[in-house]
Design a protein around this ligand. Structure first.
Ligand code: GLN
Length: 509
């Protein structure tokens, strides 16, 4: 079964694409529809989990988009880099194969910050992408193309990757749902690695119900990725009656004041919230309280060190992961070179953008022999501290007796980014401020915890998003909370939006 796009949808998508440039490649002809051949998963039983007919109806026979660092057989796999501008993948990622097995069809690859490094999609070496709410603004990043395509109604859902916020932040900028699953809950097989210990494939979708259905289809242990795992016993079911998720739960709120206190005396003070984000956080708090949830204020002093720890670890891992792009194994080979080193240098110099070069330099610097203790190992100690801090609030692993502390709350509500979608002109956020702003998102990656961002309001014509973070493998409960919220406060759409596939998706619990 493959999806056949109607002429109306094709015209609609082409019109949007000329305005926003979300895709690095858009294929309506369906010639890639059965692109599930090539290197196959070894466990077919795990390839196609049994979904309820309602969940299946939110995926089957529908088009979807895939971030251009996730492999789809015969499609481009540029990773947003000039170095890979012509590279096509010989196989599909596990998550893609699993969605194809449910009857969904890839219609294109989406633009991104080069190798996932950035917060605006402006670091793409391929093209610019605009925010569907305001074409002069960025869609966020690094999964900006996926977020823009979903927000514009070109596809009902898309895959992205989240290493430090790259699914949740563009989702917030474009007014869609963005799920960063627990580390290892979704196979990374077929995801081009940036910082392997922090990242995973995530979901951008038009509703909580569809996000849940896509997650149900792609999650689980994969023999092709040893870090992947099934949910432990005792984790909240993805479909079930999680009462805490439906109004009886306790939500900790990381208020603007708590964040400001954590940031005091730190370089990260540039991450202060703009007024519209502050009021969005208060609004979400009030609305969850009105739905019956108990809201309590929390603090997290270790937050202050999140950004330096994140950039140290991410750059270190990136410097190793990107070594394969040398013009020999992968990447465009220069026309002439004097020797091996010259060839590699020329290929990398011509292919990589400035941000990627900066991070490779930073990564090799923090890993220099004799200096590891000062930077890399220190960052790992901070990471452990952050993980402990969240475990003290939320509880640890569901099935590990040694972590049997009683959780004080079911989820933590916090902003996604200190601003709404920013301008790409002179009023843009500086590269330093963009990095400092990762404080709200990269903590979930350091701790390996799930988090979901969702639209709360529209201020000055731009969406405001908030996120809920939870205990490892608590996606079912987090999505219940977002679903409760969405039932009472339906999500907005940009002017010109039309959902071709159906009317509002049915909510399933
Ligand atoms: N802003 C983060 C960075 O530049 C986002 C990374 C990501 O999640 N891929 O590293």
């Amino acid at each position: 079964m493959s999806y056949k796009p109607t002429e109306k949808l094709i015209t609609y998508c082409k019109k949007w694409e000329t305005k926003i440039g979300a895709f690095t490649e858009l294929q309506f002809a369906g010639e890639h529809a059965s692109a599930s051949g090539g290197l196959q998963l070894t466990s077919l039983s795990n390839n196609k989990p049994e979904l309820s007919s309602q969940a299946k109806s939110l995926i089957a026979n529908l088009p979807f988009a895939v971030k251009d660092n996730i492999a789809v057989k015969d499609f481009l796999l540029t990773c947003g880099s000039k170095l890979l501008a012509d590279f096509r993948s010989p196989y599909s990622a596990t998550a893609v194969q699993k969605l194809q097995a449910q009857g969904a069809t890839v219609i294109g690859k989406t633009n991104m910050d080069e190798f996932g490094m950035g917060s605006s999609t402006g670091n793409s070496g391929i093209q610019k992408t605009n925010n569907p709410w305001d074409y002069s603004r960025v869609p966020g990043g690094s999964s900006g193309g996926s977020a823009a395509a979903v927000a514009a109604g070109m596809v009902p859902f898309a895959l992205g990757s989240d290493t430090g916020g790259s699914v949740r932040q563009p989702a917030a900028f474009c007014g869609v749902v963005g799920l960063k699953p627990t580390y290892g809950a979704v196979s990374r097989f077929g995801l081009a690695a940036y910082a392997s210990s922090l990242e995973g494939i995530g979901i951008l979708a038009d509703s909580a119900a569809r996000t849940r259905a896509v997650f149900a289809a792609i999650r689980g242990k994969d023999p092709m990725d040893d870090t992947s795992s099934d949910p432990p016993d005792g984790a909240p079911p993805l479909y079930g009656n999680n009462t805490a998720g439906h109004g009886t739960g306790i939500i900790g709120v990381l208020s603007a004041e708590a964040v400001a206190k954590a940031l005091a005396d730190s370089a990260a003070e540039t991450a202060e919230l703009e007024p519209e984000i502050r009021s969005g956080l208060l609004l979400a708090k009030e609305r969850f309280a009105a739905l019956g949830f108990k809201l309590v204020d929390v603090t997290m002093p270790a937050l202050k060190y999140c950004v330096p720890a994140y950039y140290t670890i991410a750059a270190a891992e990136a410097s190793a992961n990107l070594a394969r792009f040398d013009g020999i194994r992968y990447g465009k080979r220069p026309d002439c070179a004097d020797n091996h080193n010259d060839l590699v240098n020329k290929a990398r110099d011509a292919g990589f953008g400035d941000e990627v070069k900066l991070r490779i330099l930073l990564g090799t610097f923090v890993l220099r022999s004799g200096f590891q203790d000062r930077y890399y190992l220190r960052a790992q100690r901070i990471r452990a501290e952050i993980k402990n801090g969240f475990e003290a609030l939320l509880g640890g692993s569901y099935n590990a007796a040694q972590h049997n502390c009683t959780p004080r709350m079911d989820a933590i509500l916090l902003p996604v980014f200190p601003t709404r979608a920013f301008d790409r002109g002179p009023a843009s956020l500086s590269p330093f401020a963009q990095k400092a702003a990762d404080i709200y998102t990269c903590c979930a990656n350091l701790a390996g915890l799930p988090a979901v961002s969702f639209p709360v309001s529209v201020e000055g014509g731009l969406p405001v998003g908030m996120q809920l973070m939870g205990r490892a493998f608590s996606e079912g409960m987090l999505l219940d909370m977002v679903d409760s919220y969405e039932s009472a406060h339906p999500f907005p759409h940009p002017p010109g939006f039309k959902a071709f596939w159906n009317s509002a998706p049915e909510r399933i619990r």
